[in-house]
Design a protein around this ligand. Structure first.
Ligand code: NAP
Length: 325
């Protein structure tokens, strides 16, 4: 099969399309034929060598894939060749034509969800769900600021929070992104590149502030976020690319909480809960991943450049040749 291989950490060009042996499923394992693989910022951090947890070289990037079951190992029940599925993680990497997975990390992909959309379920939708429901413990009637709403995590959060009865304020840096955030259900849309844009939050909330903030770029925004919260407000730190100065008094004055999260800290039981919730939201249509761009597998370097560029517009996916995402 063809797979993207990384032999040394570095820029996007270290990702090469190579011929490698097909994976074979051992006991309890499944091989998935990948129709689409999700491209997430974390795969860029790992490839560059900047991420704390480094894979052993050489490796194939990616953990989010959607496709069909190609083969099952002994002892696997409930999964059969041909089944439409998405992966929560892979053993061999998702940027490939085939991906070896533990059977427990493979979930059924509903018929109303395309493979390309399915490649955006594990990390982006899983993160949005965990941030809203497990970390911030949102309640209907609250107001949430989704600070960075135009990307994979942000749009899923807009859809889920809107369906759950929150007032949703979403931000994006481009006109196109803001239009998309509005179409996906945000009640109010702001430009996080415009001077003084956060001043509008006060008037949008009648002076009270927001109950919850999902923060995609905390190294830029966390200090300001603390001043935007209502009493008892919560900021969930999802994205961070450096350090930031905060004034702890802003949190004290509001009985506010700063909640960090990394999706992979979720226990297996919490992951089951996340994906039960995602399954229900897909079934009733309240969650519908937005795919902004598809790249052929060989263009993984271009996809990594695109996912780090500003002007996010939904999910970026890789499609192996012959794939019909
Ligand atoms: P993405 O699709 O590339 O989206 C990035 C988002 O950040 C876009 O909405 C972008 O908006 C926004 N952004 C850019 N500048 C901003 C600013 N000054 N203030 C607020 N938002 C800004 O990435 P993603 O997959 O949604 O992930 C978002 C972040 O969360 C990344 O940093 C990623 O590493 C992190 N993440 C963390 C976890 C976890 O477990 N903690 C899981 C998944 C992702 P424009 O492009 O419109 O400006």
């Amino acid at each position: 099969m063809k797979a993207i291989r990384v032999h040394e950490f570095g820029g996007p060009e270290v990702m090469k399309l190579e011929e490698v042996p097909n994976p074979l499923p051992g006991p309890g394992q499944v091989v998935v034929r990948v129709r689409a693989a999700g491209v997430n910022p974390v795969e860029v951090y790992i490839r560059s060598g900047a991420y704390a947890a480094k894979p052993q070289l050489p490796y194939t990037p990616g953990g989010d894939a959607a496709g069909t079951v190609e083969a099952v190992g002994s002892g696997v029940t409930g999964l059969n060749p041909g089944d439409r599925v998405y992966t929560l993680a892979t053993l061999s990497g998702a940027y490939a034509e085939l991906a070896l997975c533990d059977a427990g990390q493979v979930k059924p992909l509903p018929g109303n969800v395309s493979f390309a959309q399915g490649a955006g379920l594990a990390v982006p939708c899983g993160t949005a769900y965990r941030a809203l429901f497990h970390r911030a413990r949102i309640a209907p009637g609250e107001t949430v600021l989704i600070h960075g709403a135009s990307g994979g995590v942000g749009l899923a959060a807009v859809q889920l929070a809107r369906a759950f009865g929150l007032t949703v304020i979403g931000t994006a840096g481009s006109e196109r992104g803001r239009k998309l955030v509005a179409e996906q259900g945000a009640h109010h849309i702001l430009d996080h590149g415009a001077p003084g844009y956060l001043d509008e939050i006060k008037s949008l909330t009648g002076g009270r502030g927001v109950n919850v903030i999902l923060e995609m770029l905390s190294n830029v925004n966390l200090g300001k976020d603390l001043t935007l919260l209502a009493k008892g407000g919560r900021v969930v730190v999802i994205g961070c690319r450096g350090s930031v100065e905060i004034n702890p008094r802003d949190a004290m004055a509001r009985d506010a909480s700063i909640l960090g999260m990394v999706l992979f800290n979720a226990t297996p039981q919490e992951m089951d809960s996340i994906h039960a919730g995602i399954g229900a939201a897909l079934a009733n249509g309240s969650l519908c991943p937005v795919v902004g761009r598809e790249f052929p597998l060989k263009d993984a370097p271009k996809a990594h450049e695109a996912v780090m560029a500003s002007g996010a517009y939904g999910k970026i996916v890789l499609v192996p040749s012959g794939g019909d995402a």
